[in-house]
Design a protein around this ligand. Sequence first.
Ligand SMILES: NC(=O)c1ccc[n+]([C@@H]2O[C@H](COP(=O)([O-])OP(=O)(O)OC[C@H]3O[C@@H](n4cnc5c(N)ncnc54)[C@H](O)[C@@H]3O)[C@@H](O)[C@H]2O)c1
Ligand SMILES: [Zn+2]
Length: 562
Amino acid sequence: MTARRGTTGRTGAVGSAGTAGAVGTIWLVGMMGAGKSAVGARLAERLARPFVDTDAEIARRAGATIAELFATRGEPAFRDLERDAIERVAKGADAVVALGGGAIAQPDAARRLAARGTIVYLRARPETLAARVGEAADRPLLAGLDAAGRVERIAALLAERSPHYESARVTVDTDALDPDGVAARIEEALGVAGRAPVPAATRTVEVPLGERSYPIRIGLDILDQAGAAIAETTKARRVAIVTVPEVGRRYAARLERSLQAAGVTSVRLVVPDGERSKSLRVAAQLFEKLVDFDADRSTAVIALGGGVVGDLAGFVAATWMRGVPFVQVPTTLLAMADASVGGKVAVDLPRGKNLVGAFHQPRLVWMDLATLRSLPRRQRAAGLVEVIKHGVIRDAALFERFERDVERVLDLEPGPTLDVLERSCQIKAEVVGQDERESGLRMILNFGHTLAHAVETLLGYRKLLHGEAVAIGMVFAARRSEALGLAPAGVADRIEALLQRAGLPTALPDLPRRAYLEALRVDKKRKDEHVRFIALRELGKVEIVPLLPAEILPRGAVGRAR
Ligand SMILES: NC(=O)c1ccc[n+]([C@@H]2O[C@H](COP(=O)([O-])OP(=O)(O)OC[C@H]3O[C@@H](n4cnc5c(N)ncnc54)[C@H](O)[C@@H]3O)[C@@H](O)[C@H]2O)c1
Ligand SMILES: [Zn+2]
């Protein structure tokens, strides 16, 4: 097992710890504000272990706050009480323990803790720590300091203690994570994941676009809370919900109730299912409905459904009165992994997909994984391709996670599904944040899509789902990258094996080479005669290489994609 995302290389050292028993008591160390108590409580719950917060324990026994103990008895006396508390915990059953910030810096402490379990360091930048601690009247080491002074003091303490913290077997960077996210990272590094009870967690990923930044909320059974969040982020008192019959029948009433509870009036606009609704004709019908609804510039549009609804409703939101607030409530895995994040909205013309559109970022993306349960398995697998793609292009650890858990994600087991979707959204958010309008970096998201589009054109969009075509295209791109000497041998096999486990097609349909070449030439990503081929360098890393269609598909390549 190699190092996981968000953890240091040192996690490799505990890769063989397959059971909670081998891990022993989990000692959480780190500065004040690192989140030891919050993370510890969540981790203990997930692992069904006792949780001990040594500071709280000491305060309870002494009948005084830590600040009072420091003030009346001094630090050495406090450290004695702390050592006793640790000894008591260590004698009991394997627990999760949040230690005081200075505990591990005491003589011999690291050795004693390591002998009885596993030390995990929750790392964060001084600014993050200071922000989390806030005014902190109860933090004796920060007493009497203003905001700048607190950051400085924390930075100094951190510098002093870092060598002790860094001796932990596992380090997790917590700056961008909520307590559940940190807990999941620890489970992963220690190999104790999966023993956790169903996490009732909600994860948040921020899409960093300055004034247009917005949160993606990912959770299980969170549809009933969408209304309040929509009201807050859009400030709208009236909203139009665009959906398709099947999705509307299952989920719209819950969304409407939660909006109503938040004081928001809604209207449900149902369009026919399928890509054909992504048209100017259906958009025009929606505009008429908005007139009927007396919609104005403060009315928000909500997309409830898959990528078709998202693109269509987004297009309407972008153009109605020159743009109104937009919210995505994606209900397919494809829409969650790809279509709902990034602000690309469009409708099709008879002569081509997505030819009329805009960039119009949503104010909020609300993903309730529970809605995926009604999604047919074939649709789920196809949507998963884009999630796996994010691992292939940007994060080998995410890819490896799939190599372990792809079946569990397909079964929508909450823990692994939340984890991979969160990571996938982080990757998409990061790429979109750096290149909103696809002038450079964002193009890497098209990995596997050059051939996918050709296959879709040639087969006529009916035979294969988009994700299935991308699966074929990714394996092809990886194989071509190997053949061109850009990627190490073997990666294409790994990608193919993983996709096949998800039941996805991977072989290029056996069509004449000249048909493929023709399809590549009309691909809209063409630049002069060259096609911007996204080549694989290694798992987690891609590169844009301009190639001629004939170089992408040399003689003999078709029919031998394997
Ligand atoms: N804007 C972007 O960045 C972007 C990115 C990728 C794809 N797209 C677009 O997304 C579209 C494809 O999206 P899609 O794959 O989600 O297709 P889709 O919206 O047609 O949904 C697929 C099918 O699943 C049904 N469905 C949706 N949610 C369901 C649920 N929870 N339970 C049961 N059935 C459900 C739908 O009714 C539909 O029949 C394409 O038009 C594509 O161009 C856009
Ligand atoms: Zn795609």
